[in-house]
Write a protein that binds this ligand. Structure first.
Ligand SMILES: [Zn+2]
Length: 298
């Protein structure tokens, strides 16, 4: 067979020094350095470190469409759990007079402060005076608006980080996985419910430090997957740990998310294997070999 095909087959890779963006799958060569950027995993705004590269377009799109929702989510959690009194950047309006304000929450009380910015205060003097007059009169109805985050976009930022982290450890070999297009589909369409459950298979709480990074879940069988454990940090320094499941190349594949969704309430005894931070980039089949080893046992 091999002999018969031998003369027609070229199995030596014929591309060199090519970089493929893991998010959009566009190819870039060494002559396009301006189109490639260093990528923080998790995002820079929540305390991540540079772990890989993506194309500039995908990197900046993620910043504005996903990462800022994650940072905002963490900020809101700090304020509403009263770990922080604020301020939250907001707008307040009374009778149509609308001003940017700092919003504070403490001991179930809310307060608003007009930011002390001389230039701005001078420019909007009459508005500020009218606003203050209403407040002093004691008869007013105040409306406070602050920028909401989208939980789905914040979750997609976490999912994207887990996916890029796995790549940073295993290299392109990790992409030989028929279930990863679904993951990329969810990242590209954060508001759609492509993966079952809004949790995307996050495991939270009680994950020990030793598991930070990439792990394989060996059992239960229904949960066999990659588990990427990562920390995100709010501006205030509150750390939240996520364990994100990513499907392996064979079964149960994305069914892990359905399984997890129906087992959210019960304690699960996971058997895990931690993958050390080893440079697998020169061993493109390392991930497949580890996965096969894992799934060969019962
Ligand atoms: Zn890209």
């Amino acid at each position: 067979m091999r002999q018969a095909l031998g003369s027609q087959l070229r199995i030596t890779p014929d591309v060199e020094n090519v970089f493929v963006c893991l998010i959009c799958f566009k190819f870039f060569s060494e002559s396009d350095p301006d189109e490639i950027s260093l990528e923080h995993v998790p995002p820079d705004s929540v305390g991540g470190k540079v772990r890989t590269i993506t194309c500039k377009v995908c990197n900046s799109e993620s910043g504005s469409k996903l990462d800022n929702h994650l940072a905002l989510k963490l900020e809101h959690e700090d304020i509403f759990a009263e770990r922080s009194s604020g301020p939250l950047q907001a707008h307040a309006s009374i009778d149509g007079i609308r001003l940017p304000i700092d919003f504070y929450k403490e001991d179930n009380n809310f307060s608003i402060v007009i930011p002390n910015n001389d230039k701005w205060q001078q420019k909007c003097r009459s508005q500020i005076d009218a606003f203050t007059e209403k407040v002093v009169s004691g008869k007013f109805e105040i409306n406070v608006e602050y920028k909401l985050h989208s939980s789905k976009r914040a979750n997609a930022a976490i999912l994207r980080s887990a996916y890029l982290w796995a790549f940073s450890v295993f290299g392109y070999g990790v992409l030989i996985n028929p279930h990863f297009p679904v993951i990329r589909g969810q990242i590209h369409n954060p508001e759609e419910n492509i993966l079952s459950s809004q949790g995307y298979g996050f495991l939270s709480g009680g994950i020990p430090d030793e598991l930070l990074g990439v792990n394989l879940i060996k059992s239960p069988r229904e949960a066999r997957s990659l588990l990427v454990v990562l920390d995100v940090t709010s501006e205030l320094g509150t750390k939240t740990r996520y364990g994100v499941m990513l499907p392996g190349p064979s079964l149960p594949g994305p069914m892990i998310y359905d399984w997890l969704e129906s087992h959210q309430e019960e304690p699960i005894n996971y058997q895990l294997e931690h993958i050390p931070e080893f440079d697998f980039l020169d061993a493109p089949m390392a991930f497949q070999m580890l996965w096969n080893e894992l799934t060969a046992t019962n």
